[in-house]
Design a protein. Structure first.
Length: 249
């Protein structure tokens, strides 16, 4: 039986999915703070790599070379504390820093340092991972499988607040507006920084990453939970605000 058929009485799957998403994203973020504390002080020097690339896997990796202090990517690693190889760490910390290496540029001026060790990800990513966990928890708090991702995403709001949106069929517009509110600040801050001489600051990076992460975690949880099979593939059984009904085209 679908969770909607029972109102809010059966949200087991929605809560389970949200817990998993929040646990994975929040767990990794927690490890990002624990790893530099547990590693010997001064093990991780000032880094400056590339996003979506392995730059510090071994002592001979791209990030450990001297690229010039004024280069667009990287720096003279020898002038920033020497080389770093995350494959030499124990498996847990190697995973934490390896995942950060692959997904984050790890620029030292945009990252925090703990125990004399640079964190595995930059401050923007700290905000994103925190936001992902919060967004997943938000969907787990009230979210429902409502057949489509769009309707499942909006289900965190009380039905009474959604009546006008459903009566005027502005559901997609509402979803895009919410996602835009979350993503636009990060996009503006990041692209302005990339295309002009403007340089953001770490508190702002955390905040813009946080808002983006929240809507992404919320959307991702809704996408994982939106399934037609729990309604026996009968769209008429989906209960929506304002007595709206899904129509199969």
């Amino acid at each position: 039986m679908s969770s909607l058929a029972n109102g809010l009485s059966d949200r087991t799957r929605e809560m389970s999915v949200s817990r998993v998403v929040a646990a994975i994203t929040g767990g990794y973020l927690l490890l990002c703070f624990i790893a530099p504390v547990m590693i010997l002080e001064g093990t991780v020097p000032e880094l400056s790599g590339r996003a979506n690339a392995m730059d510090y896997a071994t002592d001979s990796s791209w990030g450990n070379r001297d690229h010039g202090e004024d280069s667009a990517l990287g720096h003279d690693q020898s002038a920033h504390g020497g080389t770093f190889s995350w494959t030499e760490l124990n498996p847990v910390w190697a995973f934490v820093y390896g995942f950060g290496d692959l997904n984050c540029h790890q620029k030292h001026e945009r990252s925090w340092e703990i125990n004399g060790n640079q964190m595995p990800v930059c401050t923007r990513d700290v905000g994103i991972f925190l936001g992902l966990a919060i967004g997943a928890a938000l969907f787990g708090w009230r979210g429902l499988n409502r057949w489509t991702i769009r309707d499942s995403f909006l289900s965190v709001f009380p039905d009474g607040r959604l009546e006008s949106i459903y009566l005027d069929d502005r559901r997609m517009l509402a979803v895009l507006a919410i996602i835009g509110i979350g993503l636009v600040p990060m996009a503006v801050d990041g692209f302005t920084q990339m295309l002009t001489e403007y340089e953001s600051n770490n508190p702002l990076r955390v905040i813009t990453g946080l808002t983006a992460g929240i809507v992404l975690g919320w959307w991702f949880s809704a996408a994982l939970c939106a399934r037609t099979k729990y309604f026996d593939d009968d769209s008429a059984s989906v209960l929506l605000p304002a007595n709206a009904r899904l129509i199969m085209k």
